[in-house]
Design a protein around this ligand. Sequence first.
Ligand code: FAD
Length: 415
Amino acid sequence: KTHYEILIIGGGTGGIMTASGLLRKDPDLAVGIIEPSETHWYQPAWTLVGAGTYNYERTKRSMADVIPKKADWIKDSVVSFDPEDNSVTTKLNGIYTYDYLVVAPGLKLDTSLVEGLPETIDQGVVCSNYTNPNHTWDVIKNFKGGTALFTQPPKPYKCGGAPQKIMYLADDHFRRSGVKKKTGIVFASASDIIFSVPEIAKTLMKVVHRKGINVKFNHELKKIDSVKQIAWFKVTPDFEEINHNGAIDTYKDNSFVGIKYDMIHLVPPNTPPDFIKKSPLADEAGWVDVDQYSLQHKKYPNIFSLGDVSNLPTSKTGAAIRKQAPVVVSNLIRLVELQKLSNKRYDGYSSCPFVTGYGKMVLAEFDYSKKFTPDPKLKRMLIKDSSKEHWRLWILKKYILPFLYWNMMLKGKEV
Ligand code: FAD
């Protein structure tokens, strides 16, 4: 079969939630999912894997198990688009045509944008929860003191909180393992604030001070020298910093600052996948160009996009997709049946579960306006103020959300 009423690119969080949601509403739809990988990952738990408190194996399921029974799995990858002809070309099988297309292949981690990173990522004391959280835990576990450096890349990148969460957990581990007294933690961020939602930023600044973390704003990682163990950052001349522990070695070279590290956790630059960047679907920055409320492509009305690959101006998370997928589903169902869009709108909802230590969490929930919008359902868990650290939020992150993900969200049920 090479023609589908609805063709979906990507069997990740966005692709599977959309396919299941569609088939739940209309089991007779002909839905095809193009996805090359045998494995589906629950990436949000990688933060916990990197801190040694979650089993990596439990973050994966076989793709065959998560693809809805009524959908066809096309085990292939898309290489190009011809939206005028309603077709895509794949690597192995050739051309597939569609009535409607959903684009959800996620984003690319581009290590080549940081000099020295392709050779050093996941080697020795260089680690990243984005690429190998098991290695992160090895590095944190074996750390004997010195400078522990954590970096945050420029936006957009997936999961706004992930670069910081692992730092707060590492600090907690260093305290327990006894190396904290001979350790200086540095957070070097490309941003100029700790977080964009004021209520959450207030709590995080308290956490940073309580833990004695050195913060350097406007620091964008550009080069790793793994021989001298120095990370080089492009900085702005007037960058702000918060210094707690002065024993950090830094170097200066024009507009670059070097920081000596004994371990480094970093986030490779996040970019659009190459086949999207060069396609007619992309905006100037290379992301799929969709309307921010309907998720419909701005130029091709029978194409929709959601998740990390879209240019929606909000934080790229699975939590955001939880609210995006029902909008795509409802629009597609209305288009198929009545040739018009539904009136369901996406308001930019996203959330970042900021784990601030073992057993502690703050939940940042917000919309396009960056207004703090806590879910009223949290009250049922006896959580009065989710902008403050709470152990019940940790239970939500470690146990409840993974359960809801596998058993409800991926089955197309709205939670
Ligand atoms: P993905 O889930 O990445 O799936 C993309 C799929 O497309 C993949 O299966 C891939 O194989 C496939 N694909 C790629 N190229 C092609 C092609 N050419 N043709 C066909 N298929 C293709 N989110 C939260 O909500 N909360 C968190 O706490 C959280 N923490 C995170 C921590 C870390 C360390 C990381 C890495 C992510 C975290 N996220 C979190 C983010 C969340 O996991 C992502 O936003 C989400 O998985 C994105 O879903 P997606 O469908 O857009 O892409």
